[in-house]
Design a protein around this ligand. Structure first.
Ligand SMILES: Cc1cc2nc3c(=O)[nH]c(=O)nc-3n(C[C@H](O)[C@H](O)[C@H](O)COP(=O)(O)OP(=O)(O)OC[C@H]3O[C@@H](n4cnc5c(N)ncnc54)[C@H](O)[C@@H]3O)c2cc1C
Length: 495
């Protein structure tokens, strides 16, 4: 990072020194742009406990992990479901240092608080708390959830993920030694009504020796439970397990919105949580931002050099149409989860994790194309028990405009060529179906019965079908109407 004085004008000014702002600033600086980060604090390791699927971290970030678990499980009932997917706890100090290194000493950090920004004479003027006026050709809002310069508008109000966690020592293990528990929905210590209204689960990591990170988490709720409530839930769980903590080293309160829509592009570019990039089902964002940063930086660098609209290019790179359409599908699912009775969430996730690994990975991934996502969503519906499926479908149908629009968008969406030109199935494959690369990979991996999934997901299409489970000459519009009627029928809405 540069300590040299910098003219008040830079190519880019990034508001915020969290992982997203710094990741983008580093990539911009690495492309030889002058970059100023303004944040109310000096460069410092990020405070939250960040976890990520190891395979979602870019290769350069994989050494920035404090610990990686291969024994990763969920409990949606008495028995664990192994996830067979390594999960990492990030080493925030190493991540910070690596990002600063990637900036190659061309980043200028100004400790201050931004209060506003306005465009005059083709330049952005950014105001600091003490009356500073910095100018830049492009401003990036990476100020975190809600956004300072690009405020997020949460439809129906913000729906929050909340959690209360501690790092502590335990005489008896509160979760399996050597393991990471991504989700434990067992709650024998609560009565059903409590679970129904306030569903929470345990997220736990064995750190070393008798040290564990244990966190009671509410996946998503509106209104959200309070910190006191979540802390009480955690201690009640540990008490019931007979594993009270001793020597608590630290605690953490987590609360952030999950239901950001795809933002409208504007003159200021947003990035990270401020750009609505928190995953609406998992709440993850960090790995996605590390992956998005080079692409967005490249688009910005190229357009700035040409004297073109860098904000527009950045928005296009960050939120291409497929991602916008995918967000609609995710928000539809989030709406359904919000309305699912809490005591059914365990069953929902049991069905979710019974999906082929490639499917649930794709569902939780930040960049999954809309058709793939819509298909995965249909598969979750198909695999869920009716006690879960009916409330989900009813919830979806409460917002018919949104859901139909999302499904239609999903089915119409043009995805990259490899999806629109399916190749022939390998000889001897049952039904001689044509498949996309994605579905062929799944089929080849042996963890998916393609025909069965398509039949379940698309209400009975069989034989020679494409990647959506539709026969080549089918009238898509008609098929969607049929799907709607089927959903209405099983939900009771059609009667
Ligand atoms: C406690 C917690 C745990 C989380 N755990 C995970 C996890 O395990 N995995 C995961 O992927 N995601 C997780 N998330 C979600 C999300 O990834 C994080 O919130 C992440 O920090 C968002 O990164 P960001 O850089 O976009 O925003 P932030 O990290 O919120 O950074 C915002 C930056 O903007 C600065 N800022 C704010 N206002 C101003 C201003 N007026 N002027 C200048 N600077 C300003 C802040 O000081 C900060 O530097 C978690 C969130 C929380 C709150």
């Amino acid at each position: 990072m540069s300590a040299a004085p910098l003219s008040t004008t830079t190519d880019v000014l990034v508001v915020g020194g969290g992982p997203s702002g710094l990741a983008l600033a580093a990539e911009l600086a690495a492309r030889r742009l002058s970059v100023r980060i303004v944040a109310p604090h000096p460069p410092r390791p990020f405070a939250p406990t960040y976890g990520a699927w190891l395979d979602e971290l870019p290769t350069w970030a994989q050494p920035c992990t404090a610990q990686v678990w291969t024994d990763v499980r969920v409990y949606t009932g008495p028995q664990p479901t192994p996830l067979m997917r390594p999960y990492a706890l990030l080493d925030n100090t190493r991540l910070l240092d690596t990002l600063l290194e990637r900036a190659g000493g061309r980043l200028h950090w100004t400790q201050d608080r931004v209060t506003g920004a306005a465009q005059r004479d083709g330049r952005w003027h950014v105001q600091g708390e003490a009356g500073e006026d910095w100018t830049a050709r492009l401003v990036v809002d990476a100020s975190g959830h809600g956004g300072l310069l690009c405020p997020t508008c949460f439809g129906g109000g913000a729906a929050l993920q909340t959690a209360y966690g501690i790092v502590a020592h335990f005489q008896r293990p509160p979760s399996p030694p050597g393991a990471m528990v991504w989700m434990d929905y067992r709650a024998a210590h609560l009565d059903r009504a409590e679970v129904r209204t306030e569903p929470t689960f345990l997220y736990a990591m064995h750190l070393d020796g008798d040290r564990y990170f244990v966190q009671e988490t509410s996946l998503i709720a509106r209104p959200a439970p309070s910190r006191d409530f979540m802390a009480a839930r955690l201690y009640a769980r540990l008490q019931a397990l007979g594993t009270p903590p001793h020597n608590t080293e630290s605690d953490e309160w987590v609360a952030f919105p999950m239901n950001a829509p795809a933002p409208a592009p504007g003159g200021v570019l947003a990035f990270g949580a401020a750009a609505g990039l928190v995953h609406p089902i998992s709440g993850f964002q960090v790995a996605g931002a590390l992956n998005d940063a080079p692409r967005v930086a490249e688009a910005v660098a190229v357009t700035l050099r040409r004297g073109e609209d860098a904000a527009a290019a950045g928005w296009d790179a960050l939120w291409p149409p497929e991602r916008r359409a995918a967000r609609e599908v995710h928000l539809l699912d989030l709406g359904a989860l919000l309305e699912l009775p809490g005591d059914r969430l365990g069953e929902f996730f049991a069905a979710f994790f019974r999906l082929p690994a490639a499917d649930w990975h794709a569902f939780l991934a930040p960049q999954t194309g809309v058709r793939r996502l819509a298909r995965s969503m249909l598969r979750v519906f198909a695999h869920a028990p009716s006690a879960v499926r009916l409330p989900l479908v009813r919830a979806a149908l409460k917002h018919p405009g949104v859901s139909l629009q999302a499904l239609r968008e999903a089915a119409r969406m043009k995805e990259p060529d490899r999806l629109s030109h399916p190749t022939a199935a390998p000889a001897g494959h049952p039904g001689a179906m044509t498949q996309s690369d994605d579905t062929r990979r799944e089929a080849n991996s042996g963890d998916i019965d393609q025909q069965e999934v398509i039949e379940e997901g698309m209400q009975g299409a069989t034989g020679n079908v494409d990647a959506d489970g539709l026969a080549p000459n089918v009238d898509r519009q008609k098929k969607l109407e049929e799907l709607r009627e089927n959903i209405a029928e099983i939900s009771g809405e059609g009667r």
